[in-house]
Design a binder for this molecule. Structure first.
Ligand SMILES: C[S@@+](CC[C@H](N)C(=O)[O-])C[C@H]1O[C@@H](n2cnc3c(N)ncnc32)[C@H](O)[C@@H]1O
Length: 242
């Protein structure tokens, strides 16, 4: 099950999506920090930290941050006391990982969510921030998450979802489809950075409904908690390996 149908205005067919994404994020990487601040109105780091706290992240856990990008979720984990040696950030984009800083404050590994290069039962906590829409297949991805979690380990997926109310949808669409890409372009004068933020909205708009995501988590053998939402836009999906 794909997280959204092919967006043929952006890439030709299913097989072209990974290449498109790689170019998009490799190119947009140096502007990601600024673009993210625009999307979140500066609250992104604090939100990630609070979400990790709510899901039960604490010092001493061995943590995998999938789709770590420039490391925003991973840095929030470090702030909560996770040791750098217990934290791995995984991402397919070399450009995004380069922006995570020098020296990198955690171990970075290149790879994709649905084929994790780690042994079974390696982690106490697995998180993924705002990237579930980019995986190839939800069932394979959640099966991989269950496999690398230890029994009792926690999964936290942060996502932006289409608001269910008509007014919420109109506001989110205007902000994410028009304002964010335009302000990103004004701030960067970079068409690739603008495209990255336009694509952001397209994938949110086309994404499968939250219940499909919860069902895919359950179908992979995870124990699933009810979805939590903030502002009708931010979704937190929490699961555990039984
Ligand atoms: C919007 S960024 C999110 C970065 C970070 N997690 C955050 O919260 O700011 C999306 C990230 O997903 C990564 N990505 C794209 N396809 C992926 C895949 N199949 N598996 C894992 N990560 C992927 C991209 O390279 C990019 O760094």
């Amino acid at each position: 099950m794909e997280p959204h149908p092919d967006l043929t205005a952006q890439y030709a067919a299913d097989t072209a999506k990974p290449r498109f994404l790689m170019d998009l994020f490799d190119h947009g990487a140096r502007h990601y920090a600024r673009a993210e601040r625009i999307v979140s109105l500066g609250s992104g780091f604090l939100y990630r930290k609070k979400a990790l706290e709510r899901a039960g992240l604490r010092a001493g856990m061995r943590v995998l941050d999938v789709a770590t990008g420039t490391g925003l979720v991973a840095r929030a984990a470090l702030h909560l006391g996770v040791a750098p040696g217990d934290l791995i950030g995984l991402d397919p984009s070399a450009g995004m990982l380069r922006e995570a800083g020098h020296p990198m404050p955690f171990r970075a590994v290149r790879g994709v969510a649905d084929a994790l290069p780690f042994a079974d039962a390696s982690f106490d906590f697995l998180c993924m921030g705002f990237a579930l829409r980019h995986v190839t297949d939800l069932a394979t991805t959640f099966a991989e998450y269950r496999r690398v979690l230890r029994p009792g380990g926690t999964l936290l997926v942060l996502e932006i979802s289409r608001p269910s109310s008509a007014i919420g949808y109109r506001i989110a669409k205007a902000y994410l489809q028009q304002v964010v890409p335009f302000v990103t372009w004004l701030g960067t004068r970079d068409d690739g950075a603008e495209l990255m933020m336009r694509y952001y909205w397209h994938t949110i708009d086309a994404c499968v409904p939250p219940q499909i995501i919860l069902d895919a988590m359950g179908g992979a053998g995870l124990r699933v908690a009810p979805r939590t939402t903030y502002l009708g836009l931010f979704s937190e999906y929490v699961g555990a390996r039984p």
